[in-house]
Design a protein around this ligand. Structure first.
Ligand SMILES: [Zn+2]
Length: 79
């Protein structure tokens, strides 16, 4: 089942600075099933869960995959 995350990323830049239109953004995916776990931006991991719960956390971060239950680790922002 595809995650609803990518479609919500299509919104145009909310920041006013055009020079900063594309900040460092990387997708964090499950190492086993490739499900999207979170989005790393500006050096922090943005985790989004059902019902609108969102968390912005620092590194290192660990999270279990909703799809397969694998515990994933991210020790530093991906470039
Ligand atoms: Zn998984």
């Amino acid at each position: 089942m595809p995650t609803p995350f990518p479609s919500r990323q299509a919104a145009p830049t909310r920041r006013s600075g055009a020079a900063n239109a594309n900040p460092t953004t990387a997708y964090w995916r499950c190492t086993r099933c490739d499900k999207l776990l979170g989005v790393c931006r500006d050096g922090r991991m943005h985790l989004r869960f059902a019902r609108g719960h969102e968390y912005l956390v620092g590194f290192p971060v660990q999270a279990t995959c909703r799809g397969c239950g694998t515990l994933n680790h991210a020790t530093a922002p991906a470039r």
